[in-house]
Design a protein around this ligand. Structure first.
Ligand code: MRU
Length: 367
């Protein structure tokens, strides 16, 4: 993606060849700043404090976290400890475990002294693979958008509704839900995106809107509760969201509020698509409601909001009545029956065990 004309990824190694640079997403959209990760603890903090977030980028950061550990200590014990620390940073996105397992597998049988170099190699591959996968998701989703565009009246935009940020900031590049949108826009299809603000952390208002704006894609930020109304009035042609973990049977876990959008979409015959790379599929589980751990985050994310004051200061204010308890469930599960299709690198799949297993036979171990 381009920021002010410069092509950027969300994570890269610096000129020193070992320290890792990420964009501090907690400061967007008001300040664009990067942060250097020098230790495994830095990487763990970046994930848990959400300087980086979004399932694929969490995985990529964890992979580099393992590299940073190996620079200091490449013993088996250090690898195991780093695995545990990084794995404990956030519970829901399965890409985290996937990336750590990939790193451990890559290091198997590598002698001490050579492990750090191999780790950096594999982490870079994981990033490159993510870019390739997201580009393929973009191409597969683009075909759906082209079909919808062909049915629209001349001059009418294709209206996509999205929730949270499943854009390039959530991946290494392109994004998942946004990749088809960027590709459609780039080939001249008139697009318009309804961006759910995505309380409590406002990933839509702060990040998706920032991305779309920089790419020149027309968009409108809406309160999270507006989607149903817009769908009832024919203002949404399709929904595309990302996911943090999708079961082998096609249940989709994503940012809290996604389920309500899927219900509204079903009631209004609006196609509801989920864009995902295969590392987001958890082939070990079948029941999203019972088996996916839902992260509960600090209540302060709900009771407070941070924003830019008129005189240019970033300030946090309290918005909840003093003493009222708050709850902050970060994700919810949309049952497969509400999903029109899964846009993956292997094509657009039905959200069921057979279709998913057929698309990824090497990972599913067959149906
Ligand atoms: O809590 P976050 O910001 O990490 O949640 C991110 C999401 O819910 C995304 O939709 C998901 O990770 C997919 S990112 C391609």
């Amino acid at each position: 993606m381009k920021i002010d004309g410069t092509h950027m990824r969300t994570i890269w190694t610096n000129g020193d060849g070992w320290s890792v640079e990420v964009i501090d997403q907690t400061r967007l959209p008001h300040v664009f700043a990067t942060v250097t990760l020098r230790t495994m603890a830095d990487a763990a903090h970046a994930i848990s404090a959400m300087l980086v977030r979004g399932a694929p980028l969490i995985g990529a950061t964890a992979a580099y976290g393992m590299c940073l550990q190996l620079r200091e200590d490449d013993s088996d014990e250090a690898i195991d400890a780093a695995y545990e620390t990084l794995h404990a940073t956030r519970p829901t996105a399965i890409n985290l475990k996937w990336a750590l397992d990939e790193m451990r597998a890559a290091l198997r049988n590598v002698p001490r002294g050579e492990r750090a170099a191999r780790a950096y190699e594999r982490a870079a591959e994981i990033c490159d693979e993510d870019v390739e996968i997201c580009a393929a998701i973009g191409r597969n989703g683009l075909a759906i958008i082209r079909d919808i565009a062909a049915r629209k009246a001349p001059g009418e935009p294709v209206n996509v509704l999205t929730h949270c940020n499943a854009g390039w900031l959530a991946t290494v590049d392109w994004g998942t839900a946004t990749a088809p949108i960027y590709m459609a826009h780039d080939e001249g299809i008139k697009m318009h995106v309804w961006v759910d603000e995505t309380r409590p952390r406002n990933q839509g208002a702060a990040l998706t809107a920032f991305e779309l704006g920089h790419h020149g894609v027309p968009h409108t930020v809406i309160p999270d509760n507006s989607g149903g109304h817009l769908m009832q009035h024919g203002e949404v042609d399709m929904v595309i969201v990302g996911t943090d973990r999708t079961t082998a049977t096609g249940d989709v876990c994503n940012k809290i509020g996604t389920y309500l959008k899927a219900l509204a979409a079903k009631d209004n015959d609006v196609p509801f698509y989920v864009a995902l790379p295969s590392p987001t599929i958890d082939f070990a589980i079948s029941d999203g409601l019972r088996e996916i751990p839902i992260e509960e985050r600090p209540g302060a994310e709900v009771s407070r909001m941070t924003g830019l004051t008129r005189d240019g200061r970033i300030e946090t204010v309290t918005i909840v009545a003093d003493g009222s308890p708050v709850a902050n469930h970060a994700f919810d599960v949309t049952p497969a029956r509400l999903v029109t299709g899964l846009i993956t690198e292997a094509g657009v799949l039905e959200a069921n065990r057979e279709a998913i297993a057929a698309a990824f036979p090497e990972r599913s171990g067959g149906v």
